[in-house]
Design a binder for this molecule. Structure first.
Ligand code: PLP
Length: 324
């Protein structure tokens, strides 16, 4: 096979937290998914879905790839479209950082920005906007990352086995917040098949429906998006999200995520996004509950550069009312 940027997806490093983990009997490892070429974990699923769509004939030469995205899937689609010769149209909510919007344009994609305040049943909601564009655009293909089983399958086939091999089977707990749920569902299923004792924990932002659904079994009424963390939590149940692999959920605040991400950068030299902060916050909360030695693995889904104008900016943090 020709060696292209797509061949550099996956096989990301796994590193141990050595400074911010106060529990000597617990090892916490983070998988640095910003090593993927478009800068996030989403390269894995997008590449897998597009390979499959080409093989099945759903995506044809000259085709247009359309997707709703909080930015990272969009960058992965835009990168894939650039090298494979497709056009990409991406819809996103306006809370997505300017850096992420511009990155898609840099790859040559068309970006449609939608109001974050649009409720899930509004035609202006970014998911509905992508669906209507796909319906109206001939020769288009929609990845449908929320409901596509190829999304968790990409993690079941790549990220899960990598974690198992990189820890030499020592992993005892896996932690990941979710949006489509592809990451936690695919990795969780793979790891539990290797060792059914492995526990899977999902942090979820206050304001997302997942936590309440997990605890009560009832889907709460969708609320207006109230949290700033980009890329996790949901206002609807994604089909890619498999709650049967989740053992426990925690709720986190924006400040939990942002302050932990900033700490990771300053103390561990790991410059990740807000969801990486949320995941490490979850791993530390879990570690505080464990009496026996354990090996916790979590992921840093994307790169901190994407949030320079937001929580890595002290003025922005102060505007939100946070101490810096
Ligand atoms: C920054 C970031 N972190 C985490 C996730 C969650 O991944 P998943 O959709 O696999 O649950 C996403 C997904 O959009 C993301 O963009």
């Amino acid at each position: 096979m020709q060696h292209t940027v797509l061949n550099t997806i996956g096989n990301t490093p796994l590193v141990k937290l050595t400074k911010i983990n106060p529990y000597p009997h617990i090892d916490i490892y983070v998988k640095l998914e910003f090593f993927n070429p478009s800068g996030s974990i989403k390269d894995r699923i997008v590449n897998h879905i597009i390979n499959d769509a080409e093989a099945s004939g759903q995506l044809k030469p000259g085709g247009i790839i359309i997707e709703n995205t909080s930015g990272n899937t969009g960058a992965a689609v835009a990168m894939n479209a650039a090298i494979r010769g497709y056009k990409a149209i991406l819809t996103m909510p306006d809370k997505v950082s300017k850096e992420k919007q511009d990155a898609l344009r840099a790859y040559g994609a068309e970006v449609v920005v939608c109001p974050t305040s649009a409720p899930p049943d509004s035609p202006e909601h970014y998911v509905n906007k992508a669906r209507s564009l796909a319906a109206d655009t001939p020769n288009s293909f929609m990845l449908n990352q929320y409901d596509n089983p190829k999304n968790p399958e990409a993690h079941y086939r790549t990220t899960g086995p990598e974690i198992w091999q990189q820890t030499a089977g020592k992993v005892t707990h896996f932690v990941a917040a979710g949006s489509t749920g592809g990451t936690i569902s695919g990795i969780g299923r793979y790891l539990k098949e290797q060792n059914p004792d492995i526990q899977v924990v999902m942090p979820d932002p206050v304001g997302s429906i997942y936590y309440e659904y997990f605890k009560t079994g009832v889907v709460p009424e969708p609320q207006e998006n109230t949290y700033q963390v980009e890329g996790v939590g949901e206002d609807h149940l994604a089909k890619a999200m498999d709650f049967s692999v989740v053992d426990e959920m925690y709720q986190f605040t924006d400040l939990d995520a942002f302050s932990t991400a900033r700490k990771l950068a300053r103390e561990e030299g790991i410059f990740g996004g807000g969801t990486g902060g949320a995941n490490v916050w979850g791993a530390l909360k879990l570690a505080a509950t464990l009496e026996q030695p354990a090996t916790i693995v979590t992921v840093i889904p994307d790169n901190g550069v994407k949030y320079m104008s937001k929580f890595y900016n002290d003025d922005w943090m102060r505007q939100q009312g946070y101490d810096v």
